[in-house]
Design a binder for this molecule. Structure first.
Ligand SMILES: Cc1cc2nc3c(=O)[nH]c(=O)nc-3n(C[C@H](O)[C@H](O)[C@H](O)COP(=O)(O)O)c2cc1C
Length: 174
């Protein structure tokens, strides 16, 4: 069974990104093994820190995964700093990091009408820069995401059907 690692770009308890991950965990049940990257505990990137256990854990999780599924909001037209920090940690050594050749897919969310499409585009560019392989499919952007969350889970059926189709295609490509 292929291993999928979720990377969530939001720490909020009521996060619509996290709610989307919860819904996908249910819809993908039995179709892949799922792990979650712990990025909240990472220090800010500092090349002088060479032995942080949380950094090691993140790199090990990425290495062990067949595919990475990012679910992230857009912050000020780009990728949240929290997520960029995690990516920066795992991106060294440049062009030879654990991201090299790693298959990735992105789902973006926003409270507004654009669904985080700018963050999604920036994240693709960042992943390309690390020689990761971003899976090509229709873009999954979840607009007005907070209004679609019920009891901590993304509850919009059409949204989750579409995101699940994308995730299944991604898993099939791993
Ligand atoms: C610091 C900050 C910046 C934001 N910038 C944007 C933005 O550029 N575009 C956008 O569509 N939404 C923006 N938002 C709104 C987020 O889309 C919204 O808060 C979303 O629900 C956050 O994702 P989450 O529910 O997973 O926490 C911003 C929110 C915050 C807190």
């Amino acid at each position: 069974m292929k291993k999928l690692l979720f990377l969530c770009g939001s720490l909020r308890a009521a996060s619509s990104s996290r709610a989307t991950i919860r819904a996908l965990e249910t819809s993908l049940n039995g179709k892949c093994a799922i792990d979650h990257a712990e990025i909240a505990t990472l220090p800010f990137y500092n090349a002088d820190i060479t032995d942080d256990p949380n950094v090691k854990r993140l790199i090990d999780q990425i290495a062990a995964a067949d595919g990475l599924l990012f679910v992230t909001p857009e912050y000020n037209y780009s990728v949240p700093g929290l997520l960029k920090n995690a990516i920066d940690w795992a991106s060294r050594p440049a062009y030879q990091s654990v991201f090299k050749g790693k298959k990735c897919f992105i789902i973006s969310v926003s409270g507004g009408l654009l669904g985080g499409v700018r963050a999604q585009s920036h994240l693709k560019y960042i992943l390309n820069g690390m020689l990761a392989q971003v899976f090509v499919w229709q873009e999954v952007v979840i607009t007005q995401a907070n209004a679609k969350v019920k009891d901590g889970v993304m509850a919009d059926e059409a949204v989750i059907d579409f995101a699940t189709q994308a995730a299944e295609a991604f898993i099939g490509s791993l």
